[in-house]
Each structure stands twice: as structure tokens, then as C-alpha cells.
Design a protein. Structure first.
Length: 85
């Protein structure tokens, strides 16, 4: 399973949706993921990819990780994997 498919599966699970209901352009808000769900998604992604995501739930805008859409989350994970790998 590639990075995109894994991220979509994790986010779909958090949003209680089917993976086919999640697109790269979906935002957490559109999927009904609240801040707690977003934190749980980040933890699940960290575990799945064995990476550490620089995300501050209290100040998402100050984090060096763009969570504005599924596409930016995937791009951020791939960047972190390259840096941490």
C-alpha cells in the first residue's frame, strides 16, 4: 500500500467514512474531523509510518506540518520520511 492509500485509510477510519469517500482535496473539516480526531489521526500516521510529526494541536498554524488537506498531509509525510529515513 502506498503512502497516499495508507493516509486515506487512516483518515477515513477517523472520519468514520469509506476510503473512497476521501479525496486528496478533502480537508479535515469537510470530512467532519474535529481537533481531537485530527490529533488521533496524526498519532495513527506517526505509528503507521514510524515518523515524528512536528504538529502542535494547541497551535496548528505554528506547526511545520500542513494539515489543510489530505494532499498536503501526504506531501508532509513523504518529506518527513525522506528527512528522517
Amino acid at each position: 500500500m502506498n503512502t497516499t492509500d495508507q493516509v486515506i485509510a487512516i483518515i477515513a477510519e477517523q472520519a468514520m467514512l469509506e476510503p473512497e469517500d476521501v479525496t486528496l482535496d478533502s480537508t479535515p473539516e469537510e470530512l467532519g474531523i474535529d481537533s481531537m480526531g485530527l490529533v488521533e489521526s496524526i498519532f495513527a500516521i506517526e505509528e503507521a509510518f514510524d515518523i515524528s510529526i512536528p504538529f502542535n494541536a494547541n497551535e496548528p498554524a505554528a506547526s511545520d506540518f500542513d494539515i489543510s488537506s489530505v494532499r498536503t498531509i501526504v506531501a508532509g509525510i513523504e518529506r518527513l520520511r525522506a528527512e528522517q529515513g
